[in-house]
Design a protein around this ligand. Structure first.
Ligand code: HEM
Ligand code: NAG
Ligand code: NAG
Length: 358
């Protein structure tokens, strides 16, 4: 973008040149050029982004409708697709910023993020993004980045399962690289301690409040046995009510899905919100208050001795769905605002979300 501005101003200079001497022209040229250099330099330094709501208003006015229509089909045919897309967006943004890096396939020259520990056998939904991208390319070729498509799709996914609406700032560029290493280090995992997870959010510029609200995304979607085995054979009995028959039958069900011995059923799945697994609501937080969170990382928000602040937030969102929706919307905009200055300056609009342009 700064490059575009420089050439724009150079053209302006040629017009100025016609009326003034070469020497004056040279000075004006220096000021304009160097002034712009400073601007683009500070843009690079602070990673400041220029996301705007009307980014595609002129270049692809129907982009929002196209994404919505495709997401409607996807979620109608399979509600879990909403969860897949929301998680994809999260895993994109925590690695190099929201730049579509998570969408890149492994090639001979590029190691993607799909095989990183928290993604492998787990991250799905790539074909949904491919389908949306195809529709958009046929209407406005080369205009809308995959990173923006994923951000809009995640917003629509949330609405389509009953969650809140928010306006989506746009103008991200797609990366020409991915980072397997950062995908391994930046993404939180199910058996990681609360403080470690909090620090990963703080590192991305997200607060404890953002972390708790965004964890509310687990009100939809599924987890695999290998991610909840430690929890259901660990402190589940201690956090939940042993005298409650509903709670007893729930833990028995989880243990039958995910046996302790034999390492079988690794990919058996269960909903993280067993009350309303296909609905975006506050029941995830209510589960945590009953001590029935499926992942260790979920239950720690409420039960960890180190989680005084997180516990208060869980209680608040359990009791007040509107407060949860409001905070979730704000936090999703912040999540989507994590951008990487390199992609911003050197990024592109990929033709195919899985491969960088040649
Ligand atoms: C706070 C730290 C977080 C941890 C430790 C965590 C961990 C996990 C794990 C282990 C799974 C199950 C994956 C599998 O078994 O294959 C999962 C699923 C999911 N996560 Fe998170 N997550 C976190 C935050 C988030 C955030 C911030 C979002 C989005 C805003 C999110 C959205 C989802 C969704 C929608 C699913 C279900 C995906 C599906 O159905 O396949 N998670 N998460
Ligand atoms: C988005 O990020 C930029 C800096 O990168 C910041 O100036 C702006 O306030 C952020 N916007 C939101 C809504 O967080
Ligand atoms: C997967 O879960 C089902 C119950 O939903 C259970 O019958 C089956 O034994 C599990 N698979 C394995 C390999 O344990």
């Amino acid at each position: 973008m700064p490059i575009f501005h420089i050439s724009h101003f150079l053209n302006l200079n040629f017009k100025i040149k016609m009326g003034i001497s070469n020497k004056v022209y040279g000075v004006v040229m220096m000021i304009v050029y160097c002034g712009l250099f400073v601007v683009s330099y500070s843009l690079f330094e602070t990673g400041e982004t220029r996301l705007t709501l009307d980014y595609y208003a002129k270049t692809c006015p129907n982009v929002l409708q196209i994404v919505r229509k495709e997401m409607e089909c996807a979620v109608l045919s399979e509600p879990r697709n909403a969860a897949l897309v929301v998680r994809l967006h999260f895993h994109d943004c925590f690695v190099q910023g929201c730049d579509g890096s998570v969408l890149l396939d492994d090639t001979i020259t590029l190691q993607g993020e799909k095989k990183a520990s928290n993604n492998i056998h787990s991250l799905k939904g790539f074909r949904i993004i491919d389908r949306i991208k195809n529709s958009i390319e046929s209407e406005c070729p080369g205009i809308v980045s995959c990173a923006d498509i994923l951000t809009i799709a995640a917003r629509d996914a949330v609405i389509l399962v009953g969650g809140p609406y928010w306006d989506v700032p746009l103008g991200r560029k797609d990366s020409t690289s991915a980072s397997y290493e950062l995908a391994n280090t930046n993404l939180p995992s199910a058996n990681e301690g609360l403080l470690s997870i909090i620090s990963k959010f703080l590192y991305q510029g997200l607060s404890v409040t953002d972390m708790v609200a965004l964890s509310g995304a687990h009100t939809i979607g599924m987890a695999r046995c290998e991610n909840f085995r430690q929890r259901i054979y660990g402190d589940f009995d201690a956090t939940s009510d042993p005298n409650n028959p509903i709670s007893r039958s729930y833990i028995e069900k989880l243990r039958s899905i995910c046996p302790l011995v034999g390492k079988t059923g690794e990919n058996n799945i269960t909903a993280m919100d067993n009350m309303t697994p296909e609905l975006f609501d506050s029941s995830y937080f209510q589960m945590l208050m009953r001590g029935e969170g499926v992942l260790n990382s979920d239950q720690e928000l409420y039960s960890s001795l180190l989680g005084i602040e997180t516990k208060a937030l869980v209680k608040k969102y359990a009791a007040d769905p509107i407060a949860f929706f409001q905070q979730f919307s704000d936090s999703m905009v912040k999540l989507g605002n994590i951008t990487n200055s390199d992609s911003f300056v050197n990024g592109e609009v990929r033709k195919n979300c899985r491969f960088i342009n040649t």
